[in-house]
Design a protein around this ligand. Sequence first.
Ligand code: COA
Length: 263
Amino acid sequence: MNALIQTQQRDTIFEIIFNRPDKRNAINWAMMTALDAAFDEAEKAVGVRAVIIRGEGTGFSAGIDVTSFIESSSHFGDNWRENLFPLTAAYQAVTNKIERCSLPTIALLHGYCLGLGFEIALACDFRIAAVGTRMGLPETRLGIIPDVGGTTRLTRLVGAARSKEYVMTGKNIDFEAAERWGLLNRVVTVEDLLGAGEALVAEIAQAAPLAVQYTKRVIDGMIDVERGLQLEGWAQSILIRTQDFEAGIEAMLTKQPPQWKGK
Ligand code: COA
């Protein structure tokens, strides 16, 4: 089976696997809707204590499929760029679903975890990374901002000053620093990554399922992400129409430095 998202239940673990390794697990809209459906499946599965999300191939995910902007018209109408709000809301709804999943969620990161891939990891309860994983939100280097909850959730996790440094520059976050800040729960070798995820599920499974579920709701409920998500959508609705966004995409695809115009 070569579905873009694979799912499997192994005892108490429900696994969701990005399965587009030839495109470095770059996420297009079809993959995003499959991810959404995978979480519905996880909620219905019997005997599950946690969800593990991981990537097939050399990394977790290279972020949004930048070529998929072309196909936006067929899903969000010819006017999608002039009225970005429905598109942003549709993408945000998927990361919100991940955050609101009644089961604990663990992202296992290796290789690279960039842009939308990192936003998905930030919506999970726990992140475990392999040594050397390149993590970050490079959107500002494309002339846009992380608008699928990344700006809001990174700020929630590491504080405003660190979040501004990494979102404004778009540079990668050092995984050792990320562990110190609590952004990563653990850093392990790539060989130990799956085992570390399974060990965490085994620990969680010793606690009562409902107590775990309510703990998640209480801790997430203490911080309101809704206002941040609305602000992300507002900012992106402006940035998506700029010439700088076109220059950023062109630069990424051609691997050349962008020529910013400031408009
Ligand atoms: N969107 C669309 N296609 C992507 C992609 C993305 N975000 N990231 C990688 N790909 C595609 C490449 O175009 C290439 O396709 P091709 O084989 O048809 O030419 C294929 O995946 C392999 O990419 P390549 O760059 O050769 O792989 P690599 O192993 O050398 O590097 C990465 C992997 C993740 C470091 C690199 O692909 C990368 O930096 N990607 C862009 C990350 C990014 O800026 N994401 C956007 C965030 S907003």
